[in-house]
Design a protein around this ligand. Structure first.
Ligand code: GDP
Ligand code: ZN
Length: 296
């Protein structure tokens, strides 16, 4: 483990970019870098290797930005194989709105999204199985777990093996408990501590990456509670709802954003139960948060 700083050049490039309002972070979790070892255990990063992919979100609105739509892109992590979205059956109650939002973010980056429904021990009414069926039918892998009762943990562990995996979950779903039961020898709560101690001028620590065995990495994101996907245009959103695809090209207008245009094939598919109302509502919900004057 080396503690590295960035060469001055990167900081300069970064401020240039910052003026153009394109990106937020220089080196991010998951990056492969070259560095010179200056003192023992300490290095200076000389090159960031091109990213195969990355997931980002809209950063907080800048104070004093001129136009309403000006938002920076904040890269959360790069070079990912999978994103695990953790939800719980209860406490907090399962809802598909945030889940679909993260799925959209993952789809738009071309990263495999998988779903974990935790706290199955509290699920007296078997909601977990219904939602499992729902998302399995769409084509997503769903795991049902209980971190406290040790249910489903081994299956998740097998699926993580040999990959770079990012975990995302809203507060209280049991993400830390899950990670700790998956890898008892690691303490994932350290994420919160490093966030405070590493905070520097240009750094927002949003997560921590742990090597859990030779080829398996886990990125925990305790600093990320909401994901507002970055860089998606209204007319492209439908592509990230994978079950919409067969209908998209049958709309009357090729500029259709499937909201309330006449002759919309998506709306028709919803009416005919070929697309679920839950997913269509998620779609409308995200659509409403995409600003018209967004500058990319
Ligand atoms: P995080 O905010 O997502 O990291 O959630 P935590 O891991 O801190 O867990 C939040 C609360 O849920 C804690 O009180 C845990 O003990 C509890 N919890 C976590 N997993 C389970 C589970 O599978 N079943 C039950 N009943 N409680 C759980
Ligand atoms: Zn349409």
């Amino acid at each position: 483990m080396y503690r590295c700083s960035l060469r001055g050049k990167f900081k300069k490039d970064f401020s240039l970019k910052k003026n153009k309002l394109t990106t937020y972070d220089v080196a991010v979790l998951g990056d492969w870098v070259l560095f010179d070892e200056s003192t023992e255990g300490i290095g200076v990063i000389t090159k960031i290797i091109d990213r195969k992919n990355y997931i980002s979100r809209k950063a907080k609105r800048l104070l004093g930005s001129l136009k309403r739509g000006e938002r920076l892109e904040q890269i959360i992590a790069s070079n990912l194989d999978s994103i695990y979205i953790v939800k719980s059956t209860k406490l907090p109650e399962f809802n598909n709105r945030f889940l679909d939002r993260v799925i959209v973010a993952a789809e738009s980056c071309g990263i495999d999204a998988k779903i974990i429904i935790n706290k199955v021990d509290l699920d007296e009414r078997n909601f977990a199985n219904e939602w499992e069926q729902f998302y399995t039918n769409l084509g997503y892998k769903v795991f049902i777990t209980s971190a406290t009762e040790n249910i489903g943990i081994e299956e998740v562990k097998k699926s993580l093996d040999g990959k770079v995996n990012l975990f995302w979950g809203q507060s209280g779903v049991g993400k830390s408990s899950l990670l700790n039961s998956l890898y008892p020898h690691l303490d994932f709560s350290v994420g919160e501590i490093s966030e405070a101690s590493l905070k520097g001028r240009h750094t927002t620590v949003t997560g921590i990456m742990e090597k859990v065995n030779e080829n398996t990495f886990i990125i925990d994101t305790p600093g990320i509670r909401a994901i507002d996907p970055y860089g998606i245009k209204k007319e492209d959103l439908c592509h990230y709802f994978i079950e919409f695809e067969p209908f998209i090209h049958s709309c009357k207008f090729n500029t259709c954003i499937h909201e309330h245009e006449p002759g919309c094939a998506i709306v028709k598919a919803v009416e005919e139960d070929k697309i679920s109302i839950e997913r269509y509502e998620s779609y409308l919900n995200i659509l409403a948060t995409i600003e018209d004057d967004m500058i990319y």
